[in-house]
Ligand binder design. Structure first.
Ligand SMILES: C[S@@+](CC[C@H](N)C(=O)[O-])C[C@H]1O[C@@H](n2cnc3c(N)ncnc32)[C@H](O)[C@@H]1O
Length: 347
């Protein structure tokens, strides 16, 4: 039997053992989520502590917590010393809430009940081509988040923690010189737009999103910071309908991967309707690489299938989609984070 090229499977681990590790992967995810929800990494910021001490601080069963932490330590998340005290490792430190690149919000959100229920329907989604979240929960994710403010807050925190690590890499990777007015389409609370405008004091920006999100963004800090206030217009609307006009650049981060090709095409056609020759379109999304190489985009692609009925795309898929909407893919720019910038111009 031929090993797949680029496979990262170690020759030292017998295939059944390696497979057992993969099959039981969700045990580790669940344990990480318990530790994240209890805030164990934050409690260890001041130095090592015993499971008994941590259990008292979090109000849980000491022996059960010890067994979970011992197992996580066997995976490199936390480390146990000879005195039975647990300490942070570089992996465990990413679960602190207050560090750059924190994964805490994402670790809590990605396994919350509705997402977990949706993943239970993966087999059904593969059989039918349907959206697992819709089947499991009975509504679309955006409706669910609106109806469950606590989960909506959790999602917001997860996106903020992801963005905090990704935005600087995006701003760094692209030369925004010459862009006078930029529209961030589906820009959320505006953290990326604010960072771009801060780096480019001559630029003006438009934050465009659904009404509820724009209201939250107006209350949030990003577009109100002194460095950018006065240079941002916040506009509520629907990107399937009418977008703000007269911009030199339309940016959309984490938008197209939420949608199947038909809907993604409709969003791109909305941009095409307001674009003029030379208007730039920047799509910030993961780009799935060819071959068997391990890549987060492939994992996220299946998550998008389950949760949204969307997908992560390859470069040829982006090229075709853009061409159908009347755009020419000019180049794909890698960044220091897992996202790339797909630059396009009206054809
Ligand atoms: C995954 S979030 C990405 C947010 C932001 N661009 C980021 O990268 O953090 C998708 C965004 O699309 C917005 N959105 C969804 N449907 C929309 C619509 N029909 N019109 C405008 N915005 C929409 C959501 O409110 C949300 O802010």
């Amino acid at each position: 039997m031929k090993d797949p090229e680029d496979s990262e499977m170690s020759d030292d681990v017998p295939p059944p053992v390696a497979m057992m590790g993969l099959v039981t992967g969700y045990w580790v995810s669940k344990m990480i989520r318990v530790a994240a929800k209890l805030g164990i990494a934050d409690l260890l910021a001041g130095g090592p502590r015993s499971a008994t001490d941590l259990a008292a601080a979090t109000g849980v069963h000491a022996d059960r917590l010890y067994r979970v932490l011992r197992t996580l330590a066997s995976q490199g998340v936390f480390v146990e010393d000879e005195d039975g005290r647990f300490d942070l490792t570089p992996l465990a430190a990413t679960l602190r809430r207050d560090v750059p690149g924190s994964v805490h919000g994402f670790a809590v959100m990605i396994l919350e009940d509705a997402n977990w229920e949706a993943w239970r329907e993966l087999g059904w989604a593969v059989e039918t081509g349907g959206v697992a979240f819709q089947k499991a929960v009975g509504m679309a994710p955006w409706e669910y988040l609106a109806a469950h403010p606590e989960d909506g807050q959790m999602f917001g925190e997860a996106m903020t923690s992801l963005s905090a690590s990704q935005n600087p890499a995006i701003v760094e990777a692209y030369d925004f010189t010459g862009i006078g007015r930029l529209v961030d389409v589906g820009g959320g609370h505006g953290s990326l737009l604010a960072m771009i405008l801060t780096a480019h004091p001559e630029m003006r920006g438009v934050l465009f999103d659904v009404p509820a999100t724009i209201e939250n963004a107006r209350r949030d800090r990003h577009i109100n910071t002194a460095a950018v206030a006065g240079r941002v217009d916040s506009v509520a609307g629907d990107f399937f309908d009418l977008l703000p006009t007269d911009a030199d650049c339309y940016l959309m981060k984490y938008i197209l991967h939420d949608w199947n090709d038909d809907d993604a095409l409709r969003i791109l056609q909305s941009v095409r309707r307001v674009a003029t020759p030379g208007t730039k379109l920047l799509i910030v999304d993961a780009v799935v690489p060819p071959g068997n190489v391990a890549n987060n985009a492939k994992m996220m692609d299946v998550n998008m299938m389950v949760i949204m009925g969307g997908l992560e795309r390859t470069e040829p898929q982006f090229r075709d989609l853009l061409a159908n909407a009347g755009f020419l893919l000019k180049r794909v720019i890698a960044t220091e984070c897992p996202l790339s910038i797909v630059e396009a111009l009206p054809a």
